[in-house]
Design a protein around this ligand. Sequence first.
Ligand code: GDP
Ligand code: MN
Length: 378
Amino acid sequence: MKLHEYQSKLIFSKYGIPIPKGRVAATAQEARHIAEELGGRIVIKSQVLVGGRGKAGGVKVARDPQEAEQLATQILGMEIKGLPVRKVLVDEAAAIESEIYFAITNDRAAKKPVMMASAAGGMDIEEVAAKTPEKIIKVHIDPLLGLREYQARDVALAIDLPREYWKDFIKIASGLWQTYKENDATLAEINPLVITKDKRVMALDGKMIIDDNAMFRHSDLAEMRDIDEEAPAETEARKYGLSFIKLDGNIGCMVNGAGLAMTSMDVIKLFGGEPANFLDIGGGAGADKVAAAMRIILTDPNVKAVLFNIFGGITRCDEVARGILTAMDEVKPKVPMVVRLVGTNAEEGRKLLENANMITAETLADAAKKSVAAAQGK
Ligand code: GDP
Ligand code: MN
């Protein structure tokens, strides 16, 4: 689950990371009031759950409350990368001297959290990562020992941070580590962490992703979920207990079991196709869950074919077949569908689907080949 900038920064501030004064507003009038309270120059920032708001025109500086209201009107009417802006953060504007990139995330390959920092922070960090990755310093953190002070000092040295800021930086590094650890985050990112002209260090932007698997022990964070700003397919999937991740290919996949789902995606790629999603319907899925999964897959306009790969164990193939039929009745899919059913009640399942005009397959390889061909219109 992604948190908004204003939510992330509030959490940061609880861990001792300085943030600008400010509040979130849902209307331009409210933005004006906040600007009046704060006084001085103001920054109006769209709150959407994607990066690159600055480049999209979703972050603007205003000189006075009147301009703040104008800019808020404009930004509240925007869509950024397909997401409507429903809230803006109204912050005291900072006079920026320099921008640092600073984050902690999971390094899966190293099986450890990694702290990353760069003196080349700000809006072009993606380009820095692609073209001059040596400018991004990485330090792994032992999860049992936690972040050690010498590590934060090493980072400060490596990014050529002037000595006068080391004390602040080390405190912020420790705060970021606590934020990451105690909230079960998979990402806690500050970009930019700025040094201001009046020599303060603070987090101007904030981004956090919380591990959904840990949500059960963070009811306060769960309440922060902003359903309006999430991709509708993901909200729908969560409602039915489906694990769904949208991808960029054109073959929709419905599989029971995360391992089998990943294998199915690999085999699709092996035969030259690209999966449109990862979808695990889980063990023992009933017809209604299957129908929901199918609706979710078919609402993606990129999907040119669907592959059902069901290995019946506690999941019964006849239940899955009934779900497919229910969904077909409802959504009337226009794309070819390839189905492979094996295991518990596979025979009954196949019988149910006999008249459903689906392409059948015996093995996973066969099913993948057929769905790649179907997606290419062959
Ligand atoms: P992002 O583009 O979605 O990452 O949004 P950010 O919050 O990082 O803002 C983008 C850029 O706007 C920053 O890198 C800054 O250069 C600029 N910016 C943000 N807040 C302020 C501010 O208070 N004062 C000034 N002068 N610039 C700001
Ligand atoms: Mn940013």
